[in-house]
Design a binder for this molecule. Structure first.
Ligand code: ADP
Length: 597
């Protein structure tokens, strides 16, 4: 680097002609500009603030040929410390020296923050304005002339308030210790000021960098945290997936091991899940069925369809069906459909249903054997029973000799029980014949009103015996039915209603047309039937109260037979009841279809 003589830049002592003077001025200007650029570049090339400061003081000291150049950093409590220094070897170093706050009054701070430069050519001159407390210090270190330039940093360069934004960071100071006075030249002032500005920029950038580094550190920590969380989430998700896969496998293992058909069908009636039994029973693998509509899987879809509609309306469905196995055999199955509901109240939606199909062929075969046995036994009982019954009737007439009072009583009991036994045997045989399809309904056009009147008249004696009032509202309407069997059903329902009514109770037999169906109804105000037994009373031998057979003389077969008869007519029989308020037994008969005539 070029050695630059500060003194040579002072204006010439001797007068020159004007042209030379301008040329000299320009040359000096250029030299100055080059020197500033050089020093600025050197400072900028330093990366650490400490290095920047030390480069600055060395360069200034070298150029100005000052005895000492230093940087004094000022802290917020107005105390401060000399943090960088370039000093000639024979001049005392004051690096690290700390000043108390009184050295630096607040108004000094304000003035410097506004950019005040202090150039003192002779500190001992009273006009120089050096504070008395400082004079001792200056003398102690042999300082004779000094130049002080503030290092001011701008806190928020985008805000308009310069005064508020300017912060006095420290001072750049040059000392002359050997010669005084020393008149500080324009050039010296300018150089110091420019370099103080460079230091300010470097500090601001350093702080900005520090801030950026803080931000980066902070952001990196956050990212690391998010990354850890993500990794944890991935681990947890994987664990959940493994657990799900494991439970799915278990579920499949269980459903595949069971000898029943298990499936899940969606609301569009497409299969979504099937167990392995589908392969064994129907020869269709679960994979081949998945996504298929019920009617693509079952030939008997027509029989299933009403039940499917029912479960998709939210009802649990249990019914029996016959299905064809892959080996060609026909199997009896019990089918249960359970709706899959989501949401509650008005938001409730049926998403599909679960289907469970159990093979009940063996049970059915045993039932058939049992029925056959009962029917054979009943058949064999009928002839001896009839003769016992007749013998008892003859004995009761007294034609074969008179009986004692006790003898009469015994005879009555024997007659009553034989009567029940005859009814039971007849009932069993009737039911067996109907179920075996041996009974053909002799359907003809008949008048509903006639049937109602016939049944009411036939049961009237019993009603009187039980002191029950029986009313009917016959309607003249033609139906297509076997009159005898319909009268049998009506009488059975009426006799039940009488048996279960209290004395002076009331019974009604009505007929009405609903939804294109004729509905017969027998209504009583008796004890009623518990809701969970409303279906079971149609099972053979089922009685709500097991003592009914003794008390009311029933067999538990009447409703079973009635239902079979009505079903043979293409109708439906069911019971409705409110406990303690009575019961309604309702059956439908399809309207007269002249097409069948
Ligand atoms: P039973 O010969 O015993 O009357 P049913 O098959 O006709 O046989 O009736 C079966 C059972 O249904 C009866 O034992 C009784 O418990 C109940 N039941 C039938 N009708 C009525 C009714 N009107 N009121 C109350 N319970 C009834």
């Amino acid at each position: 680097m070029r050695d630059f003589q500060a003194r040579s830049l002072s204006p010439p002592d001797r007068p020159h002609d004007e042209e030379n003077s301008i040329a000299e001025e320009l040359r000096q200007q250029q030299q100055k500009a080059e020197l500033f650029a050089e020093v600025t570049l050197k400072i900028r090339q330093s990366l650490q603030l400490k290095e920047i400061l030390s480069t600055t003081v060395s360069e200034v000291q070298r150029i100005l040929k000052a005895d000492r150049v230093l940087i004094y950093q000022l802290w917020t409590d107005r105390t401060g410390k000399i943090i960088s220094e370039a000093v000639l070897p024979d001049v005392q170093s004051i690096l690290g020296y700390e000043f108390p706050d009184e050295v630096f009054p607040t108004d000094y701070q304000t003035l410097y923050a506004k950019g005040r430069v202090q150039a003192i050519s002779d500190v001992s001159d009273p006009k120089s304005g050096v504070a008395s407390c400082l004079i001792d210090f200056l003398t102690q270190f042999g300082i004779k002339a000094k130049l002080i330039v503030p290092i001011v940093i701008t806190l928020n360069p985008h805000s308009g308030d310069q005064v508020k934004n300017n912060k006095l960071w420290g001072l750049l100071i040059a000392h002359h210790c050997r010669q005084a006075p020393h008149d500080w030249s324009e050039f010296e002032l300018e150089l110091m000021q420019q370099l103080a500005d460079q230091i300010a920029i470097a500090i601001s950038q350093g702080e900005l960098l520090e801030h950026l580094e803080d931000m980066v550190t902070d952001r990196t920590a956050k990212l690391r945290h998010v990354n850890l969380e993500l990794q944890q989430e991935i681990v947890e998700r994987k664990q959940a997936e493994d657990a799900l896969r494991c439970s799915e496998e278990q579920l499949r293992l269980i459903t595949n091991a069971l000898p029943v058909l298990i499936a899940y069908v969606d609301a569009k009636q497409n299969y979504q899940f099937n167990n392995q039994a589908y392969e064994k029973w129907l020869g269709k693998s679960p994979e081949s069925i998945r996504g298929k509509h019920l009617n693509q899987v079952w030939d008997c879809y027509d029989r299933m369809e009403p039940w499917v509609s029912k479960v998709l309306s939210g009802e649990v469905v249990i019914y029996e069906n016959e299905i064809q196995w892959i080996d060609g055999t026909s199997r009896s199955v019990s089918v249960t459909y359970i709706p899959h509901q989501e949401g509650k109240g008005k938001q409730q939606k049926i998403k599909g249903f679960f289907a469970l199909i159990t093979d009940i062929s063996d049970r059915k075969a045993i039932e058939r054997m049992k029925d056959e046995f009962i029917s054979v036994v009943s058949h064999e009982l009928r002839t001896p029973l009839t003769s016992i019954h007749s013998a008892l009737k003859i004995l009761a007439t007294g034609r074969l000799g008179s009986l004692t009072r006790d003898g009469h009583q015994m005879l009555e009991i024997a007659d009553e029980n034989t009567d029940r036994l005859v009814r039971l045997v007849n009932g069993v045989l009737d039911l067996q014949r109907i179920e075996a399809g041996e009974v053909t309904m002799n359907r003809q056009v008949c008048n509903a009103a006639d049937l109602m009147v016939t049944a009411t008249e036939a049961i009237q004696a019993m009603a009187q015996q039980y002191d029950v009032f029986l009313s009917t509202a016959p309607i003249e309407v033609e139906i297509w039915a076997d009159a005898d069997y319909i009268v049998q059903v009506l009488m059975n329902l009426l006799s039940n209603a009488i048996k279960f009514s209290s004395r002076e109770g009331r019974i009604e037999l009505t007929l009405r047309c609903r939804a294109n169906q004729l509905q017969f109804e027998v209504r009583d105000w008796g004890p009623g039937i518990p809701p969970e037994q409303l279906e079971r009373i149609f099972d053979r031998f089922y009685q709500v109260d097991s003592s009914d057979s003794r008390k009311k003389g029933g067999t538990g077969l009447g409703l079973t037979i009635c239902r079979k008869i009505i079903e043979q007519h293409g109708g439906r029989l069911w019971a409705e009841s409110v406990l303690g308020e009575g019961s309604r037994f309702i059956f439908t008969i399809p309207p007269l279809n002249y097409g069948e005539l």
